[in-house]
Design a protein around this ligand. Structure first.
Ligand code: ZN
Length: 339
């Protein structure tokens, strides 16, 4: 649905300024975390010091990490500013904020075990209206890697007992994963990234997180807060099967049909996730309200502009034909609900 906002001094879809069709390249925000590493600097080229770089918030308008536009008419502005002042760039969507957040996460060490509420629980118990669904695309991991996805409690009473009594080895379910796997984390899913895994996360633009367990670690001398009651309230019981929790995608180059096409990996009520493996030249039409893109491997050109591993950008509304040349992997996303 397109709303005309001329009465508010904003432009109508029929009168888009040429500026609004520029690719929005973003300067990301990196974070330091006790479990972080050095790969975001060494492999992705972000200029951040330290050996505890956990996350790169690549496409984000969240107040805790609001990306800056690098070039063009909006150079120097925050993504949240462009979203507010120029809704036509994103197809005049009816969300109160930029709806998605794309991160690259480098876990040198295990992350705490967490769960997120849905929109309803977040609306009733938190000061925000967004819960959090998120999904992971495994960019790299050791051969025997596993993620924590789900749990082994058969009912809510057993769940509460296991959590309150700290029976973690019984409670936690680890699922083996490989490079190229895709994992959807619905609200209510117990989850944790394990050390050695590098992944791209696409999520609702929210950070309401309940920490279930933190391996008894100390941060600045004390344990980080756990959210026991909220966790027991929101965790889905029983958890969906391990088999239904991980989707194995074909590795790059295994199938020529997969190459040079924007292929949808997944769709839920909040987002659609795509992968584009480019080897030579690919073209498609940007027909979504906007399309987030992150270069996760390689380099090349997009409509004449150079791109390389680590770049994050947004193709705006009505961008039209997209031409990508080179050898690269891109993970892309947009919203499902064009409300
Ligand atoms: Zn999470």
């Amino acid at each position: 649905m397109i709303r005309c906002m001329k009465e508010n001094g904003m432009s109508c879809p029929g009168s888009l300024s040429p500026d609004s069709r520029e690719i929005l390249f973003l300067e990301p925000v990196c974070t330091h975390n006790i479990w972080g590493g050095t790969r975001l600097r060494e492999e992705f080229g972000y200029s951040v010091q330290g050996d505890d770089i956990g996350e790169c918030w690549g496409i984000s308008a969240h107040p805790n990490g609001d990306g800056t536009i690098k070039y063009g008419a909006f150079a120097g502005q925050k993504l949240s500013w462009v979203w507010k002042r120029h809704p036509e760039v994103f197809g005049n969507l009816n969300y109160d904020r930029f709806p998605l957040l794309v991160k690259i996460i480098d876990a040198r060490d295990d992350l705490s075990i967490q769960v997120h509420p849905d929109d309803v629980y977040a609306g009733e118990h938190e000061t925000v209206s967004f819960g959090k669904a998120e999904c992971w695309y495994v960019l790299d991991c050791p051969p025997d890697a596993a993620l924590v996805i789900g749990h082994n409690a058969p009912d809510r009473k057993a769940l509460a007992d296991m959590i309150r009594e700290g029976r973690w080895t019984e409670f936690i379910r680890e699922v083996p994963v490989h490079k190229g796997d895709f994992i959807q984390i619905d609200p209510g899913t117990v989850h944790a990234i394990k050390g050695g895994i590098l992944l791209l996360e696409t999520q609702q633009n929210s950070d309401v997180t309940y920490r279930v367990y933190d391996y008894e670690r100390l941060s600045e001398g004390k344990p980080r807060e756990l959210h026991v009651q909220q966790s027991i309230d929101v965790i889905t019981v029983p958890a969906p099967s391990a088999k239904d929790s991980v989707m194995h995608t074909l590795a790059a180059g295994d199938d020529p049909e997969e190459t040079n096409q924007l292929r949808e990996l997944y769709r839920c009520g909040y987002y659609r996730i795509f992968r584009l493996e480019v080897n030579g030249s690919a073209s498609f039409v940007q027909e979504y309200p906007f399309l987030n893109m992150t270069v996760t491997e390689g380099s090349g050109m997009i409509n004449g502009q150079p791109i390389r591993k680590g770049n994050h950008f947004i193709l705006p509304y009505r961008f039209g034909n997209v031409e990508v040349q080179g050898r690269a992997q891109i993970i892309a996303s947009t919203v499902t609900d064009e409300q």
